[in-house]
Each structure stands twice: as C-alpha cells, then as structure tokens.
Design a protein around this ligand. Structure first.
Ligand code: AMP
Length: 411
C-alpha cells in the first residue's frame, strides 16, 4: 500500500514526501481510511508506530474537503502531556505545511494570557493538554462549539494521570455532532473501555501492537551487575560502544538520575539530566539539544521522558528496572521507532530481580542475559532466586516462631 492509495490531497502527499515517509505504517493503513469515511475510531497503537500522522492526515483532509471558515477550532487534539502536545503540533505543522490552516497549541507551563491572545486569532486546529484548556474555558476565552473532529491521544495515560474528569467536561462543551478518535497504547484496563464507550459512537476498533508485546525492532538484553561500581562499568562500556549514537538512561528517582548524570559526566561522557522539576523551557531546551545531537545521553525519570520522540535513539538503558510492565514497554518504545532497530538494555542488580521477573511475566517472555568480556557478573539469576527463596523462607519461619510465642504468652 502507498499513500497515493488514500484519497489524500496533493498538498498532503507533497508534505508526506517531504517528511520522507515512503509507505504508510500499519496504523496509518488502518486508521486513515476509517477517519476519511467519517467513522469514529478506537485504536490500540503503541507510541512509535506512526499514530500521530494517522490522525493528523485525515484531520487536514477534512479541513480541505470542508473549506467553510470559523474563527474557533474545528479540530481538537487532546494529549496528556506537554511534550506529547508539542510533538503532535510539530506533525500538524509538518504535514499541513502546504495547506495554511492556522493551528494553536495550549499547554501548562506557559503564560495563559499569551495563549488567550493566540486563541483570539483564527484557529482551525487546536492541540491542547486538558488541564490548561479547561482553565481557559472557565475564563470563557475559547469556544468549542465548532469542533467537528476530536482526537484523544494516549487516552490510557490521561486516565492514569487522573485527567478523565477534565476531559469529560471538555467533551461536554462540544455541542454538535463530532467525529472522534481515541488512541491508547492498550485497549484494556485503566477504565479505557468505559471511557471509549462514553466518547465514541459505534467505533471501528483497530489494534496494532498487542499491549504486552514489545516492538520486534527492539533487541532487549539483561546485564547482571554485582554492585553499583560494576553497574557503572557496564553502563559506560555500553555507552562508549561505537554502536551507541544516542541513549536515554532511565532511573526511577530524580536523585538517582542526578547521581548517575554526575558519574557519566565525570567519565567525560556527554550527559544531561531530565527530571520533572525543571521548568518547561529548560526541559524543552535539553530535549532540543539531545535531538540535535549536542547531548549524547539523557538521564531521565519516567515523568520527564513522556512524549520524547525522535528517530535517532539507538539505546535505552534501564539503570533501574521500572516497577511495572507497561512502564517498561513505554520506556523501551523510545528506541527502535519507525522501522529502525533499537537496543534496550537492563542493568540488573540482585535487588532488581523481582522487578525483572514482574516485567518478564508481563511480556510473557524471558529476556536474554548477556555478558561483556572482562565484566562478567559473579552470580546468575538462578543463584539470586535461590538466595531470595531461602531468605523468604527464613523470614517466614521467624514470623511463625514469633506468632507461636505470642500465642503461648496469651494463653
Ligand atoms: P508516532 O508514533 O506518531 O510518534 O511516530 C513515530 C515516528 O515515526 C515519528 O518520528 C514519525 O515522524 C515517524 N513516521 C510516521 N509515519 C511514518 C511513515 N509512514 N514512514 C516513516 N516514518 C514515519
């Protein structure tokens, strides 16, 4: 299938060519015709599958097909985070380059008065995070009465972040019949089914990546680490390998991310930390430097890395194992995007093994354990599991003894 097979305007085909999209990705193949027929869509598509273009292209085509003017937004795209909103807005600009449809982005972290000013100019496409848009609505500075198409991206994250009620109130402010698309990495859990039933009318359902499957483009591996120093050596070895062009190192906590960054910098590696405490402008600046290759390594927490999208990340390294399987999939989804191969590495100390087990259970697969010559670990997963089991048993027996003693005392 090619993009020419869809009934897209030459202006859009030209922009697609300019972006060097040679052929549609599976989500684009599935979603574009559904949207163009005017139907609602519920799409399970992981990040990195090309889902943004799968709704931006039909949205632009809709505006081209229905050229009536309104000074208020006709397309509303909601995203859970600022970064994702910016990423979507970028795609709107890129693919809409030859069309001249005014678009506005509204997110937290910027002056509201300025955003209100932007909204006073004509706006066909509004990309927004729910919280800030709701605030502007409260001030009566935006009117959603003319919205004809609503897209909700990463709906599962929205619900996880507690944005459900805000999104519902925004939808209630759209009085007319509108076409809707809801995208989510997973179509089960997080209350997504109920939410979809509220927002969508008789939708076509499309599932691209099974929620518990990683992309086949990502090679995953586990490296066992005896202790912190060993973990650091493994990490620098991997980062210094010629195959590593750019990497995200994930830590579970801000403090750890800072510590790891300082260590990498002390090893003369080009590393910067990205965590949720930085103001938006600083986060954007760091991301931009990373995207343009001025920084090779970004050490990030999960919150800070949301929405990070770029094609050139070769490595994702889990310095700390995440606590949940869906977090793991989200993290490693930063690499191996759009037909490129990526490498996801897990640095696992004994105390990380429980998290590793949980993730393997979620993925329904064992991750291969690999070694670096000269940096072999002094234990195996089997050893560590045995030790853990013995410890557990000992703890249980102490507890039992204590309970018995207490019981006797009572009698
Ligand atoms: P997304 O899932 O929308 O975040 O897209 C992930 C990446 O894939 C982005 O960098 C897009 O520019 C890129 N992309 C989207 N569609 C295509 C396509 N048809 N061919 C190649 N790359 C694409």
């Amino acid at each position: 299938m090619t993009f020419e097979d869809f009934d897209l305007d030459p202006a859009l085909l030209e922009a697609i060519k300019h972006q060097k999209y040679h052929k549609p990705t599976p989500i684009q193949e599935a979603a574009i015709p559904i949207f163009m027929e005017g139907q609602d869509l519920l799409a399970g598509a992981a990040t990195g599958t090309g889902k943004t273009a799968s709704f931006v292209l039909p949205a632009l085509q809709h505006l081209l097909d229905n050229p009536e003017r309104s000074s208020q937004p006709r397309i509303l795209i909601l995203a859970p985070t600022r970064e994702l909103a910016f990423q979507i807005h970028k795609v709107v600009k890129q693919l809409g380059h030859n069309c001249n449809f005014p678009s506005v982005i509204i997110t937290g972290g910027f002056k509201m008065s300025q955003q209100v000013d932007y909204l006073r100019d004509p706006c066909d496409i509004l990309v927004a995070t729910p919280g800030r848009l709701a605030k502007i609505m409260e001030e009566d500075e935006v009117d959603l009465a003319d919205v004809e198409m609503l897209i909700i991206d990463e709906a599962d994250r929205m619900l996880d972040m507690g944005q459900g009620p805000t999104v519902r109130s925004l939808i209630e402010a759209i009085p007319s019949d509108f076409q809707a698309g809801l995208f989510s990495a997973t179509l089960s859990g997080s209350g997504i089914e109920k939410f979809a039933a509220e927002v969508l009318e008789d939708p076509e359902v499309v599932q691209i990546d099974a929620p518990n499957q990683k992309s086949i483009q990502i090679q995953q591996a586990v490296y066992l680490a005896n202790d912190k120093a060993h973990k650091h050596n493994l990490m620098t070895n991997i980062l210094n390998d010629a195959s590593c062009q750019s990497a995200i190192v994930f830590c579970n906590k801000k403090e750890k991310a800072i510590e790891v960054t300082e260590y990498l910098q002390s090893q003369n590696l080009s590393a910067q930390v990205l965590h949720g405490d930085f103001i938006q402008a600083v986060r954007m600046e760091k991301m931009q430097k990373f995207k343009t290759g001025k920084i090779k390594i970004l050490v990030a927490t999960d919150v800070a890395a949301r929405g990070l999208d770029m094609l050139n990340i070769t490595h994702v390294i889990n310095y700390d194992m995440p606590f949940r399987g869906d977090m793991y999939i989200h993290r490693i989804g930063r690499t191996g995007r759009a037909q490129q191969v990526g490498i996801a590495i897990n640095l696992v100390e004994r105390h990380d093994i429980k998290n590793l087990e949980r993730i393997e259970y979620h993925l329904k697969q064992k991750l291969p354990v690999e070694k670096i010559a000269g940096l072999e670990p002094s234990f195996t997963i089997k050893d560590a599991m045995k030790k853990l089991a013995t410890k557990k048993k000992a703890k249980k027996s102490v507890k039992k003894k204590k309970a018995k003693k207490a019981f006797k005392k009572k009698r």
